[in-house]
Design a protein around this ligand. Structure first.
Ligand SMILES: [Fe+2]
Ligand SMILES: [Fe+2]
Length: 166
């Protein structure tokens, strides 16, 4: 069965995620290519893995679902140019956080989940178990996409090294 269909059949997950997944602004991410999938499908998968992990570990599943769903809530398209792409990799967690506040009024914990999801290639560190879980889930889903581009890998490693040495 299609993984997205399977996720949509999970009533507990959908009771939290549905208002976001049907919101007219968030639905626009369906039209943006992201790691060879759409940004919408990527976000749903990250949120679901984060939900399952947080449930397994006895964490706050609601914040994991909200943070996971909205972690890449930005409408800028991937740019072909490596320097613009790297800049976007740095800036998008803040843009996503601002959109999440604007459209869904997310709380401080969820704001940190979104802003730190690129850790260790971001300057903001995860402050909760759920933030660590979403950061890990994002990496699992991103790397499992067979179509992660060489450009994305180069930019990620560059940022990781810059953060590591400073
Ligand atoms: Fe991201
Ligand atoms: Fe992501």
């Amino acid at each position: 069965m299609d993984i997205i269909k399977k996720i949509y059949n999970d009533k507990k997950f959908m009771s939290i995620a549905e208002p976001m997944l049907t919101h007219k602004e968030f639905v626009k991410t369906k039209n943006i290519v992201h790691h060879g999938s759409t940004r919408f499908n990527h976000s749903v998968k990250v949120a679901y893995v984060a939900y399952k992990l947080s449930k397994m570990l006895g964490c706050d599943t609601k914040s994991a679902i909200i943070g996971g769903t909205l972690h890449d809530f930005f409408l800028v398209r991937d740019d072909d140019n490596l320097s613009a792409y790297t800049k976007m990799l740095i800036n998008h967690p803040t843009i996503a956080k601002e959109n999440a506040i604007k459209y869904f009024g997310v709380n401080e914990k969820e704001q940190n989940i979104i802003e730190s999801h690129m850790f260790p290639t971001s300057t903001v560190a995860p402050k909760s178990k759920e933030a660590w879980i979403v950061a890990l889930s994002d990496k699992i889903i991103s790397m499992s996409d067979a179509t992660v581009t060489a450009k994305a890998k180069v930019a990620m490693w560059m940022l990781f090294l810059i953060n590591f040495i400073r």
